[in-house]
Design a protein around this ligand. Sequence first.
Ligand SMILES: N[C@@H](CCC(=O)N[C@@H](CS)C(=O)NCC(=O)O)C(=O)O
Length: 208
Amino acid sequence: MIRLWGRATSSNVMKVIWLLDELGLRYERRDVGGPFGGTSGPEYRALQPLGLVPALEEDGGFTLFESNVILRYICNAHAPATPLYPAEPRARAQVEAWMEFQQTALNRPAGVVFIGLIRTPPEKRNAAAIATGVREAGAMWGIINDRVARHPYVVGESLTLADLAYGPHVHRWFNMPFEGRPPAPHLQAWYERLKTHPTYKCCLGEIV
Ligand SMILES: N[C@@H](CCC(=O)N[C@@H](CS)C(=O)NCC(=O)O)C(=O)O
């Protein structure tokens, strides 16, 4: 049995839920992190050393952390032929590169906007920092906009793990209340395309 640890409001948990649902795998999920707590004790730290979500656990004592690594592991272990994670080395490397781009280039400025706007009470918000985050995240989304101008999905003609990695974030980007979102028509069209995948619904909830 696959056990996913992490609250369903976390972007990094959402992408794993999306994959598990997309592959039709059976799993159970435990709400930890954020208001649920449960991540600071030694038992949880053995699953995720920083006390973050998600973490994955399987029968036999196997555990794993880092959301994008979890995505790749699930495909390797449970759906090795899935086109979400192509086996051909160059195609696979492209998927991995764009997953990495999400974690390394987009996440920081997108996080500044999300934490600054959604997780910070209005009287404590830093408008200048949020505006800088919007500008920097907008530039990163511009790069994704250019990709999906050339083909329907981030890496090519079909949905891959690269799209899953951005799915929770693009929903936030188009639905958080801020000014200065640069025009990105191809990004918007790709977001609408993601919504045609029924299993994407796990990423489309209220932004909290
Ligand atoms: N690089 C890690 C980042 C994990 C992370 O930052 N998780 C956030 C939620 S998106 C977290 O655990 N926040 C504290 C909490 O929810 O208690 C991953 O991709 O798994």
